[in-house]
Every structure is written in structure tokens, then in C-alpha cells.
Design a protein around this ligand. Structure first.
Ligand SMILES: O=P(O)(O)OC[C@H]1O[C@H](O)[C@H](O)[C@@H](O)[C@@H]1O
Length: 448
């Protein structure tokens, strides 16, 4: 069986072995800090042991709830933002049909799944109401804090819609609340209304929560084997915590990221060659961005979908400001093959590809691009994913989480807080006239 692997061999002309060598001690001390739970943000390290130490009773309840939703709903509405949304969406897109919500139910074998409460767009929300129409649906409202504005607004709308359709009691049986075990407005509401509740553990921050009920319920509804997902994460965990640097992909990746930053590369672009990985990149951006972007430091995490964006951003990556490096997610074996056929008249000039698979073409594009960008002084790292299966996705999630924790400590920041996110919220509340923010509101309005 393969495994998710990290490869930095293509940086050979740019990063020297002695530079990697000199990072080993720092990477090892960051790992010690993580595993001994003695570093900054050590209240939020529950994700480290999660794959082997999770609430089995709740896990079984998640599976049961998923079966119920599958049996009584045509649509599942998942309400959440940031860490309460991106992991589930990443997993469902990585593992599901590329046109998950559009294919027939026979192919999908699950309800349609839509994400909402991740913006404040009334247009988007109203559109989703149209999509549901008069069909049966359920709601999974997810908020660790239980007080985030975007999901709270969306929940009001879908809660009312459910209550009008099924009555208060019927609606309560279709609402699943994933939140803190004790505090927050959502917890209070869920208790009062009698919703089925799932817990976001205190010591797992939002962006590290995909393998808790936050991600697992909707992932299970989509038909994914969540035991396999956890097994993959457990297998990556073992390597991350036990192996030495030379056999430790997460340590090597963390080291290479920090070498790049120190050499003046301030942007890391994560690249995929499969549209179904788009949200994996989005999940990664929150993970890295919120963990490292603080104290005026950090790599800016960006992403491109390839080859799509080679026709838009490719010019800049090849030839623009030399501020970035790339990390390519390489799916080694495609889930579905298409062979390019021969045509009698070669009008489009493609007969030289006859008999080749589309994936062969995709891989040639990838390898050619890696070399071209490297030659253009955009160094390339690569993460190899054997196949798009739950097991390997579990490995991938854990690999990135562990590397993120290491990399943040090597940078000298607390990777597990996000104080900067509060500034916009404060201004928004002040402008909205939220009680308690009156004076700030007056000041801000003068500046608009
Ligand atoms: O789950 P919630 O408490 O609603 O939080 C959702 C998201 O919003 C916040 O503003 C944080 O910056 C994120 O880290 C978090 O994932």
C-alpha cells in the first residue's frame, strides 16, 4: 500500500543539502514542543491524538444520524464558515463525484449537499432556498463558538423554513447542531429546542477540526467511509510523531517552507491538477494562513487550479515578481480513465496522442510545468497522493496539520490562535449597531 509522500528533489538547484541539514535541529525542537504540549497555544493540541483517541460513542451517533439523514432527506444543508465548513467541503469534493449534486440519486446514493452561512450574500441564500424547493431536507448547523454571525443569520432562515414545513417538533428532528459542549448561543438554542447535538472538543481549534463531528457528519452523509478517513489520519500520525527527519514527510515539508521563507519567498502557492481538489486548497489556506499569519510574519498561502490557471496566472508564476514557490498536489492514480481515440482525418492534429490516456496528458502537463516554473526561479515542492480515497485523504489532512504546527513553531508564532480575525468583526458589529458597540459605531461612521 502506498502513502502520502513529500518530495523536494526538484528544489536541488535552489536549496542545498546543508540548508536542509541546518533545519533538522529546529524542526526536531518544534516537534518536541508540539508533542510535549509545552509551546504557545498548547490548549489547542487535541487534534494531535484525535485519530486514535476520539469519542467512539459520538462517532457511532454520527453514523446513525448520517443514515437517518440519507433516509429522510433529499437535501442536506450544511451551515458553517471557516473551519466549520472548509474541511467537510474539501472531503466531499475530494472523494465524491465531480458533479455530486447534479448526478442522479442512483449514482450519488446520498442527498444533495449544499454549504451556506459562509458568506452574507442574500442572493446566494435565496438561491439555495429555490434549489431545495418543496423537497425534504435536514440541516447541520456548525459553529464552535456558537456566536458567528454568518452561520447564525443563515440558520434563522432555514430553521424557519423547516418549522413551517414540518412543525416545531418535526423540524427539531431534522436539525443537527455541532458546537461547544457547554457554551455559546447555539448550544443554548440546541438545548432549548431539543436538537441532536455533536461536540467540537475544547482543545481542537476550528481549522484543525475536520476529523471531529464538524466534518464527519456531512462527510458520512455523502457516503464516505469515515473509519477509513480516521485510519488514514492515524497512519500519518504514527509517522509524524515517531519517524526521524529523514523519514518524516511533515518535518521535511515544514523545514522546506521555512527555508523558502528565509530565502525571500513570501508566498506559497498550493497547486492541484484535479478540479475536485479545489476545496482541499481552500481548507489548506485557512489552516496555514490563520496559523502563521501573525506578528507581521508568515508565508502567504495562495492556490491555483491547474492546468486551468496556467491560462490566467501561469504568466505571473513563470515570469512575474519572484516572490513565490509552489507545492504541487499530485494524485498519482486517477479514479477514472479516458483514452484519446484516433480519428481518420487528423483535422485537430491530436492523433499523436491517440491511445494515450487523458491522465497521461495531465501528468505531462504537470511535470512540464514543474520544470518550467523551477527554471523560471519558482521552486517546486510536491506532495504525492496515491489515489483519491478516504484513507489517503485522512493521511493528507493529518500531514498538513502536523506540518502546520511544526512550521508555526519554527516561525516563532503561536500557530493555534487567530487574534487578527476579531478586528473586522468589531467594526462590523459597531456599524450594525450591536448593543455594546455604540461609541465605536459613531467613530467609524465618520470615516466611511
Ligand atoms: O465555528 P465558529 O466558531 O463559527 O468559527 C468559524 C470560523 O470563524 C472565525 O472567525 C475564525 O477565525 C475561524 O478560525 C473559525 O473557523
Amino acid at each position: 500500500m502506498g502513502q502520502v509522500k513529500f518530495d523536494y528533489s526538484k528544489t536541488a538547484g535552489y536549496v542545498h543539502e546543508h540548508e536542509v541539514e541546518s533545519m533538522k535541529a529546529l524542526t526536531e525542537s518544534a516537534r518536541k514542543l508540539l508533542l510535549s504540549k509545552s509551546g504557545a497555544g498548547n490548549d489547542y493540541l487535541g487534534w494531535i491524538d484525535l485519530p486514535v483517541d476520539y469519542d467512539k460513542e459520538e462517532f457511532a451517533r454520527i453514523k446513525k444520524a448520517a443514515e437517518k439523514i440519507k433516509s429522510d432527506s433529499d437535501v442536506l444543508v450544511v451551515i458553517g464558515i471557516g473551519g466549520s465548513y472548509l474541511g467537510a467541503r474539501a472531503a466531499i469534493e475530494f472523494l465524491g463525484h465531480n458533479f455530486f449534486n447534479s448526478v442522479s440519486k442512483d449514482l450519488r446514493k446520498a442527498p444533495e449537499i449544499y454549504f451556506v452561512g459562509n458568506s452574507i450574500s442574500s442572493n446566494y441564500l435565496a438561491g439555495l432556498v429555490d434549489v431545495i424547493g418543496d423537497r425534504d431536507f435536514s440541516v447541520n448547523i456548525i459553529s464552535k463558538s456558537g456566536t458567528t454571525t454568518e452561520p447564525a443569520i443563515a440558520f434563522r432562515v432555514f430553521k424557519k423554513m423547516l418549522e413551517e414545513k414540518y412543525g416545531k417538533d418535526g423540524a427539531a428532528k431534522r436539525i443537527y447542531a455541532t458546537t461547544d459542549k457547554a457554551k455559546g448561543a447555539l448550544k443554548k438554542l440546541a438545548d432549548a429546542e431539543g436538537y441532536e447535538e455533536f461536540v467540537v472538543p475544547d482543545d481542537v481549534g476550528g481549522r484543525f477540526s475536520v476529523l471531529t463531528a464538524v466534518g464527519l457528519l456531512s462527510i458520512a452523509v455523502s457516503g464516505v467511509d469515515i473509519d477509513e478517513l480516521m485510519a488514514g489520519a492515524a497512519s500519518a500520525r504514527k509517522r509524524c510523531i515517531e519517524n526521524d527527519f529523514d523519514n518524516n514527510d511533515a518535518m521535511q515539508y515544514a523545514a522546506l517552507r521555512n527555508i523558502m521563507l528565509r530565502k525571500g519567498k513570501s508566498v506559497e502557492i498550493l497547486c492541484d491538477y484535479e478540479p475536485s481538489l479545489h476545496y482541499t486548497l481552500e481548507w489548506w489556506k485557512q489552516l496555514m494562513g490563520e496559523s502563521e499569519g501573525k506578528d507581521n510574519k508568515g508565508l502567504f498561502p495562495a492556490s491555483v487550479d491547474l492546468t486551468t490557471d496556467l491560462h490566467s496566472m501561469g504568466q505571473f508564476i513563470q515570469d512575474g515578481s519572484r516572490i513565490m514557490f509552489e507545492t504541487v498536489l499530485n494524485v498519482e492514480k486517477t479514479s477514472r480513465e479516458i483514452v484519446i481515440e484516433k480519428e481518420d482525418e487528423d483535422l485537430d492534429g491530436l492523433n499523436y496522442l491517440a491511445g494515450k490516456t487523458m491522465d497521461f496528458v495531465n501528468k505531462c502537463a504537470m511535470n512540464g510545468t514543474i520544470l518550467a516554473h523551477t527554471d523560471g526561479n519558482t521552486p517546486n515542492l510536491r506532495v504525492d497522493i496515491p489515489e483519491q480515497t478516504p484513507f489517503y485523504l485522512g493521511e493528507l489532512f493529518y500531514f498538513f496539520e502536523f506540518a502546520c504546527g511544526l512550521s508555526g513553531y519554527m516561525l516563532g508564532v503561536n500557530p493555534f490562535n487567530q487574534p487578527g480575525v476579531e478586528s473586522y468583526k468589531k467594526n462590523m458589529f459597531a456599524l450594525l449597531g450591536k448593543p455594546g458597540y455604540e461609541a465605536e459605531g459613531e467613530e467609524l461612521r465618520k470615516r466611511i
